[in-house]
Design a protein around this ligand. Structure first.
Ligand SMILES: CCCCC/C=C\C/C=C\C/C=C/C(=O)SCCNC(=O)CCNC(=O)[C@H](O)C(C)(C)COP(=O)(O)OP(=O)(O)OC[C@H]1O[C@@H](n2cnc3c(N)ncnc32)[C@H](O)[C@@H]1OP(=O)(O)O
Length: 282
């Protein structure tokens, strides 16, 4: 069954109401161009957009609001021209409160489901590094434009975390089963050129302005197309994955909690955090 379908009857409302949402200190800011109906959603959590419970809550809220406002497309990007998103906030996993840890993983599932299941077209404008959860956000979008000289990939295993089945599935869909298996297991990080070669991203750009032009070009390809046929086809392809994730979500949360509470993982995390700081001090 289709979860959400673009409703052409609501189009007239969309044409009248054009919005710029969120205050300057918001974790996520949204601007909608009233001529095109395209929203630019900018992740705004300095320094590296790491995914705290609060940031993920804002992402889900934003996507839900956009879904209700009938925009015609969305570009997801970062305030920083160095890091698109550094993945899950590692501090959420250091000696965590168990209720909050469960909420973090549940919200990550929600973030994946809401971004992956939008009725409108989505492009990730990857204007910086995108490890792990950062790569997840990009993979949820339909199309990916990446600026040169950054890294992207699902490096969870390098950190001692297992990649959950629903995220593996999105990677498989994007780069194919064989490559997804190898690179999820290895935790490979790709530079921009290699990410393009393997199909993890669709286009490269020299800088932000060019990346935005390419992103808008993708959205413009749907201008003359029936929004109904477009979104129905997308959701028919994606809804089963979302339903599968939802069916297994409780077990998935408990696996994550078990993974994080393991003492080897906690020790590894301390070493990893230290290595990030050492790298910085070099
Ligand atoms: C079925 C099985 C169930 C179990 C499932 C288990 C796991 C699920 C798997 C997937 C979900 C997703 C998981 C994750 O996302 S884990 C997080 C992975 N992220 C990383 O490894 C990125 C680490 N960061 C970096 O590599 C670099 O910071 C960067 C992003 C390349 C940016 O480099 P740059 O030089 O620009 O900045 P700094 O390194 O100086 O960082 C600035 C500042 O930010 C802190 N920081 C960086 N990343 C994070 C982060 N992810 N969380 C929290 N904080 C982060 C860094 O330490 C610096 O802090 P400081 O105080 O020193 O200024």
């Amino acid at each position: 069954m289709l979860r959400k379908i673009f409703n052409p009857a609501r189009l007239s409302r969309f044409q009248r109401t054009m919005v710029t949402v969120s205050s300057s200190d918001a974790l996520v800011s949204t601007e909608v161009d009233d001529k095109t109906g395209y929203a630019t959603v900018t992740l705004n959590r300095a320094p590296v957009n790491s995914l705290s419970l609060e940031l993920m809550t804002e992402i889900v809220k934003t996507v839900d609001e956009l879904e209700r406002s009938n925009i015609r497309g969305m570009v997801l990007t970062s305030f920083s021209n160095k890091v698109f998103c550094a993945g899950l906030d590692i501090m959420e996993m250091v000696n965590p409160d168990l209720d909050r840890l469960r909420a973090v993983w549940t919200r990550l599932q929600d973030t994946w489901a809401s971004l992956y299941g939008t009725s409108f077209p989505t492009v990730a404008l990857i204007n910086g590094h995108a490890p792990a959860g950062g790569c997840l956000l990009a993979l949820c979008c339909e199309y990916r434009v990446m600026c040169n000289n950054f890294n992207i990939g699902l490096n969870e295993t390098q950190l001692g975390l297992a990649v959950p089945p629903w995220l593996q599935g999105t990677m498989r869909q994007t780069i194919g089963t064989r490559e997804a298996e190898i690179h999820c297991i290895k935790g490979t990080m790709f530079n921009s050129q290699d990410a393009l070669k393997i199909g993890l991203v669709d286009e490269l750009a020299a800088e932000n302005g060019e990346a935005m032009q390419r992103a808008l070009h993708y959205l413009n390809t749907f201008k003359q197309m029936s929004p109904y046929a477009r979104s129905a086809t997308k959701l028919l392809m994606r809804n089963k994955d979302i339903e599968d994730m939802k069916r297994g979500r409780k077990e998935d949360v408990e696996r994550f909690v078990e993974n994080v509470m393991n003492s080897d993982f906690q020790n590894g995390l301390t070493v990893y955090l230290q290595s990030l700081k050492n790298r910085k001090n070099k």
